[in-house]
Design a protein around this ligand. Structure first.
Ligand code: NAD
Ligand code: 5JK
Length: 369
């Protein structure tokens, strides 16, 4: 990747490449990374859409594997120049056990780092999360903060705990000597709530609204800002960060970057209505229809039911004490660190992001009705 070898073709590996974000990263690399020679897509569940990519000019290698299996990860990483590690178990609903979340998110990340060190891969971009910072369990607002804004990060839920630990492992590994003696260069990207084509929770809200005759009922005050970022821009930020890591190793190595774009600051529900409104849904109430104490009670009841029913059936509703706290605590970012460090500018405007997402909701739900 030195100047003299500008034309060198590179091997990229994307873990979790068949997930919501991973698919966008894979497609973005194919569209926007001119030095891409081979693209390895590693995931526990491979998507059928990968087949169509195999007919293009870049070699696309689909690898079914599990990040918790060190030997599978090492085999996939061997010979790769760059790893984008986006695989993770995203679970804030209590579907998976805390042990499984830790195993995938923390041990899986450890396996990726060790594979880079052992096989000589030098560049690693990790998909972290805003939840590494917050919202914290005390409900402190993080209002349009940046990477240096002081905030009391307190993690109790297994998912943010696992993301925080994994991010720390990645940053700490920056500078470790990889096979061949050169230093590993790492950075972590922290998306806020990602939306866009493929966002399952958005689709779930749409279906729920349809079941309720086209109405959704406000639960969270409109004044609570929740950070959101378009999936295409998150993918683009990954591609740029991976591309620039070598040339800007001293600046970017060991750094964290929030993922941001021009998406407006709104509450979680008002933001969703930007897409669900044009699809025919209406959000009822200028204020929450239920008092907050009742939501807290219902969330606690859901948690209790989940615990009681666990031996019999998996009960994992959207509302639980943790999701209520996240939705009900202002957490938004305002930063230009990625722009200053590696020239990131959003590829998609807010209007584009909105239109693409609306079209996806319409198409995805149209076929599912
Ligand atoms: N969705 C969001 O709003 C959001 C926000 C911030 C950060 N993130 C992070 O972005 C990453 C991708 O999230 P997503 O929303 O696309 O989730 P996703 O569930 O759609 O994608 C995760 C992918 O990882 C794969 N995977 C899970 N366990 C694996 C294992 N053991 N081995 C190999 N592959 C495995 C899954 O099969 C899936 O394809 C995650 O690391 C997540 O923590 C997501
Ligand atoms: C209280 C109810 C009415 C609404 C419940 C909404 C709830 C399911 C939503 C609200 C906020 C969402 C999280 C947020 O966008 C950011 C992330 C970070 C990411 O790393 C994983 C996904 C997650 C936790 C979103 C999950 C769904 C949440 C909690």
């Amino acid at each position: 990747m030195a100047d003299s070898a500008q034309a060198q073709k590179l091997v990229y590996l994307v873990t979790g490449g068949c997930g919501f974000l991973g698919e966008h990263v894979v497609r973005m690399l194919l569209q926007r990374e001119p030095r891409l020679g081979e693209l390895r897509v590693f995931d526990r569940h491979l998507g059928p859409w990968l087949e169509e990519l195999k007919t293009g000019p870049v070699r696309v290698t689909a690898i079914q594997g599990d990040v918790t299996q060190a030997h599978e990860v090492a085999a996939a990483v061997a010979g790769a120049h760059v790893v984008i590690h986006t695989a993770g178990l995203v679970d804030v609903f209590g579907r998976a056990s805390p042990e499984t979340i830790h195993e995938v998110n923390v041990q899986g990340t450890r396996n990726v780092i060790e594979a880079c060190v052992q096989t000589g891969t030098r560049f690693l971009v990790y998909t972290s999360s805003m939840e590494v910072v917050g919202p914290n369990t005390k409900g402190h607002p993080f209002y349009r903060g940046n990477e240096d804004t002081p905030y009391e990060a307190v993690h109790r839920h297994p998912y943010p705990c696992s993301k925080a630990l994994a991010e720390w492992l990645v940053l700490e590994a920056n500078g470790r000597k990889v096979r061949g003696g050169l230093p590993l260069v790492t950075c972590a990207l922290r998306p806020t709530g990602i939306y866009g084509e493929g966002h399952q929770i958005m689709r779930d809200f749409y279906r729920q609204g349809l079941r309720l005759g086209g109405w959704l009922f406000r639960a969270i005050p409109a004044s609570v800002e929740h950070g959101r970022v378009y999936v295409g821009n998150v993918a683009w930020m990954h591609v740029l960060a991976a591309r620039e890591l070598e040339q800007r190793a001293a600046l970017m190595g060991g750094q964290v970057y929030f993922c941001y774009d021009g998406s407006p600051y709104k509450s979680y529900e008002d933001f969703n209505m930007e897409f669900l409104g044009p699809c025919g849904l209406r959000l009822v109430g200028a204020r929450p229809l239920l008092p907050y104490w009742l939501l807290v009670f219902l969330a606690a009841l859901n948690a209790l039911l989940q615990w009681l029913l666990r031996p019999l059936v998996l009960y994992a509703p959207l509302l639980n004490p943790y999701t209520l706290a996240v939705a009900n605590t202002t957490f938004t970012v305002s930063t230009d660190k990625a722009q200053r460090h590696f020239g990131y500018e959003p590829l998609f405007s807010w209007e584009d992001s909105r239109t693409r997402t609306i079209l996806w909701v319409q198409a995805a739900t149209g076929s599912a009705q």
